[in-house]
Design a protein around this ligand. Structure first.
Ligand SMILES: COC(=O)c1ccnc(N)c1
Length: 240
């Protein structure tokens, strides 16, 4: 998979040289390219913004600079992603879908955002999605780009050592939050690991984990349970 990120702060994306995503780039599993938007400016001051039509505070990113950048970076198979608080919610399901794409391009806005004609222009010739991480505002799209790239890249075959570890995560296939995890020592600060996990009885352990996932989800994210097909579980499961 190829991912391009266009930003005025390329160094914001430096963490993607580390750990699993960094290894995926080195191994060639992920072709990640980070571009400085100022490459496509046309003046001595390398200007990327201007005052907003209609007045108001702040500055807006210019369409001409973004147009030259995206014309260079986009390919026919690209999906253009624009992080924005006004975007569609980014979820694990979104990450799973985007992990099957050939080419993602992330356009990171700053200031008050990118001139709206940029999305309008490219929506007529490629797939464009404005994407939101949640109901809050950031100073720019770069942090959102880090999240999207990590959430997608880790799903690419070969990136995570043991694919089985992707199955039982929060928001995974079962649509539940993940169960609590423990390691040595069996007792720590007076807290003991649940006995069942030391029993070696795999069926009981699996049942305990499912019950804990259901209990946590019901307590913290009842909205996720509403989304589950009612036939897949019964509320009496929680009164064990
Ligand atoms: C400038 O971008 C944002 O503020 C942003 C991007 C993605 N998700 C958000 N919740 C905010």
């Amino acid at each position: 998979m190829r991912i391009d990120v266009v930003t005025i702060f390329p160094e914001y994306l430096a963490p993607l040289e580390l750990s699993l995503v960094g290894k995926a780039r080195t191994s060639g599993l992920l072709d990640l390219r980070v571009h400085d938007l100022r490459t496509w400016t046309d003046d001595r001051h390398r200007t990327v913004d201007d005052t907003p039509f209609g007045g108001g505070a702040g500055m807006v990113m210019r369409p001409d600079v973004w147009g030259r950048a995206l014309d260079d970076v986009l390919t026919p198979e690209a999906h253009l992603l624009v992080p924005s608080p006004a975007g569609a919610p980014f979820t694990q399901r979104t990450a799973e879908t985007w992990a099957t794409e050939q080419h993602l391009v992330l356009a990171c806005g700053r200031y008050e955002g990118i001139d709206s004609r940029v999305v309008e222009h490219y929506a007529a010739r490629t797939r464009v999605t404005e994407v939101s991480l949640g109901d809050y505002v950031l100073n720019g799209g770069e942090v959102a780009a880090l999240v999207v790239v990590e959430a997608v890249a880790r799903l690419l075959p070969g990136v995570v050592g043991n694919p089985a570890s992707l199955v039982e995560e929060s928001h995974g296939a079962a649509g539940l939050l993940e169960y609590p995890v423990y390691t040595k020592p069996p007792s720590w600060q007076g807290h003991d690991v649940p006995e069942v996990l030391l029993s070696g009885h795999h069926a009981r352990i699996a049942r305990w984990r499912r019950d804990e996932a259901l209990r946590r989800t019901a307590a913290r994210r009842p909205d996720l349970l509403e989304a589950l097909d009612a036939g897949e579980w019964d509320r009496h499961d929680l009164e064990v």
